[in-house]
Design a protein around this ligand. Structure first.
Ligand code: ZN
Length: 393
């Protein structure tokens, strides 16, 4: 079987000071366009007017280019501006898409924060010479660390610190071998443990980066005692942003490690469908339906947890797609309250966060493991071609 695979190749650019200035101008112009178009749409939301989509936004951008105030946009490749507007359109579409409850209305971009722009066409790549041709800039060398495979579809230029990077997205056809494993597993994602598998494997909580979190809290206390904008205040502020970055990186590494491990050992991974569950919303109300889990969840920083889980699901899907395995999403309802032994559903089965005790048959087990087993059972039902029901007795 053949399949179209996508892959990204990231390299550091060897940008001269002159090229760096140009890249910074392009990134700045792209940010300007994003913010200006975003402001237009936010004003329309306020007035309950329909949003402007790509075609209309592009018309506005043409006017901005002609004005004295923002004439600097004429230096940018048109396709770079158009791509930014398309990105904004997609961000708005995702935000109003009911199937993506975790997506939020796009926000303004600040200078120096994820500066980036994309060339959808017109670029060239010379792997022999380790050079890329960027329209309106010219040939730029890059640190060639690996061979680019596939047909290049677009190039994203981004800045991190003082360095510029290119990320080349490619597509190629590949023959797929069956997944190396033949097993199926259910995953329960939780607060106390990040993930529990139906085979008993447990992955510790994402919140377990205690040392770093403590350091961050300490720095934030220090900041309060410094005079605003003084040199010491700036020093602490810089340490805080470094600390945030460290924590974010540690989280990402952890999500990568766990998803790789599960993906390598399981052909089919069954997870709860968080897109439907929308954990933030469920934690706010409806305690009747969700029982004790709600109380446990409401005190935590939900957006971070939601993001962690949704990124985890995305990574699992991405990695399974690569290895020809699969990810099944099943409805999340009652997975924590159903008895795996007699199928009795009651919130009283789950009186504590840690322990599951069935009020009907007395079956008892670690609650996260019960969740994972129930998720696996729903996966089996799905594979048998039936719709998993939310059976309540
Ligand atoms: Zn039971």
């Amino acid at each position: 079987m053949n399949k179209t695979l996508r892959k990204a190749f990231k390299f550091q650019l060897k940008a001269t000071p002159a090229v760096s200035r140009q890249l910074a101008n392009f990134a700045g112009g792209s940010r300007f366009v994003w913010n200006k178009a975003l402001a237009l749409n936010l004003a329309r939301l306020e007035q309950k007017a329909p949003l402007l989509w790509y075609q209309e936004l592009n018309f506005w951008a043409t006017l901005w280019k002609q004005s004295d105030e923002s004439g600097f946009l004429r230096e940018l490749p048109s396709q770079v501006i158009q791509q930014k507007l398309k990105d904004l359109e997609k961000a708005f579409k995702d935000a109003i898409d009911k199937n993506q409850p975790l997506k939020r209305i796009p926000v303004f971009k600040k200078k120096g924060q994820r500066d980036s722009f994309r060339y959808p066409q017109g670029f060239k790549i010379d792997q022999e010479k380790s050079q890329v041709f960027l329209p309106k800039i010219g040939w730029v060398s890059y640190r060639n660390s690996r061979k680019i495979v596939g047909e290049a579809k677009n190039i994203t230029v981004s800045r991190k610190g003082k360095y510029w990077y290119i990320s080349i997205q490619t597509e190629y056809e590949a023959e797929l071998l069956p997944h190396q494993s033949t097993t199926i597993v259910g995953v329960d994602m939780g607060i106390k443990q990040f993930a529990t598998l139906s085979n008993g494997t447990v992955y510790a909580s994402l919140n377990s980066f205690k040392a770093k979190a403590n350091k961050l809290a300490k720095l934030q206390r220090q900041l309060k005692h410094k005079k605003k904008f003084s040199n010491n205040w700036k020093k602490v502020k810089a340490k805080i942003s470094q600390c945030h970055e460290d924590i974010g990186n540690a989280r990402k590494d952890y999500l990568h490690k766990v998803s790789t491990e599960i993906s390598e050992s399981q052909a089919i991974i069954v997870i709860e469908d968080l897109r439907v569950k929308n954990m933030s919303k469920s934690a706010k109300g409806n305690s009747e339906k969700h029982g004790n889990k709600v109380a446990q969840k409401s005190g935590l920083n939900k957006s971070i947890l939601d993001q962690g889980w949704s990124m985890f699901a995305t990574l699992l899907e991405y990695k399974q797609n690569w290895s020809n395995g699969s990810v099944l999403r099943v409805p999340a309802h009652y997975t924590s309250q159903t008895c795996p032994s007699c199928r009795h559903v009651a919130k009283e089965n789950r009186l504590t966060q840690a322990e599951f005790v069935c009020v009907e048959c007395g079956f008892s087990e670690n609650a996260d493991l019960v969740g994972a087993i129930n998720v696996l059972a729903k996966g089996h039902v799905l594979l048998a071609g039936k719709q998993p029901s939310d059976r309540r007795s």
